[in-house]
Design a protein around this ligand. Structure first.
Ligand SMILES: [Zn+2]
Length: 266
């Protein structure tokens, strides 16, 4: 039976990260508070914002734990100076550092894309029967309903947001921003933006983004010089590259077949 729970991802080095280690050394509760805030933000699609007092209360943490996260830069309070995160944080709230980069599935934009896809699929099914205005409207409402239940990884969108926000033609800038956040090497942004617009004439955003995810996996832990400039990658249409990454097994690890041969002959 398929697992119906919703997931986000966690970096394997999270608890070994020096910043996190420093916090851990002071208070394990602060790290639980942090994880709780990430999961709640994903669950409620708040785009990385969280009400500080609510987070503290619901994870049984202390105000000192919250202060610890703020001083370690894992949480940003109003007036913070982190250059990669949104600058305006409402009073009483915190922004989780680099939330969007680490939880790309759990942003309003990603949720809207999923909802939009479900709507389109429903429209396509109905369009074969009738092209009347009524049918289209009906299809849209069915699409939204099925967006909630059709797949395990579709989050339930807050009712209000789902109705109000529609993907508009200005989404191309948002698409590029999402690409830029995820692309593993950030050089020559203007050239990348031009190449991105060009690429979208021959493919769709989802294809490019899944290519970016494959590239991230491939270059993870390697020197940046092995990652192509974003404009080059886009211009060469490399989102279609076969992943070269069969699982990289370190030589002399127990998972390397020759390890066992070596052991056997030793
Ligand atoms: Zn930040």
């Amino acid at each position: 039976m398929a697992d119906k729970r919703l997931w986000t991802q966690m970096d394997l080095g999270f608890t070994s990260n020096p910043k996190v280690q420093e916090v851990l050394a002071e208070s394990a509760g602060a790290v639980v508070l942090y994880i709780h805030s990430v999961l709640m933000s994903c669950q409620h699609i708040t785009d990385g914002f969280a009400k500080e007092k609510v987070m503290v209360r619901t994870s049984f943490a202390s105000q000192a734990d919250a202060d610890l996260l703020a001083s370690a830069g894992m949480w940003h309070r109003p007036g913070h100076d982190c250059e990669t995160c949104p600058t305006s944080v409402p009073l009483g709230e915190v922004y989780i550092h680099d939330f969007e980069e680490h939880n790309p599935m759990w942003t309003t934009r990603a949720a809207e894309t999923r909802s939009e896809k479900a709507t389109k699929a429903a429209r396509a099914r109905w369009a074969t029967d009738s092209k009347s205005e009524d049918a289209t409207e009906h299809a849209a409402s069915i699409g939204q309903a099925s967006g909630e239940q059709c797949s395990e990884d579709t989050p339930a969108m807050p009712e209000k947001r789902r109705e109000k926000k529609k993907i508009s033609s200005s989404s191309s800038t948002a698409d590029f921003d999402a690409f830029w956040v995820r692309y593993p090497r950030k050089v020559a942004k203007a050239a990348a933006q031009k190449a991105f617009a060009k690429a979208l004439k021959s493919t769709d955003v989802e294809t490019v983004m899944s290519g970016v995810e494959a590239l991230r996996t491939e270059v993870a832990g390697k020197d940046q010089k092995f990652t192509p400039h974003p404009a080059t990658w886009l211009n060469e249409g490399r989102w279609d590259d076969e992943p070269s990454g069969q699982l990289q097994i370190p030589v002399n690890s127990p998972w390397d077949p020759s390890f066992h041969r070596m052991q056997a002959s030793a």
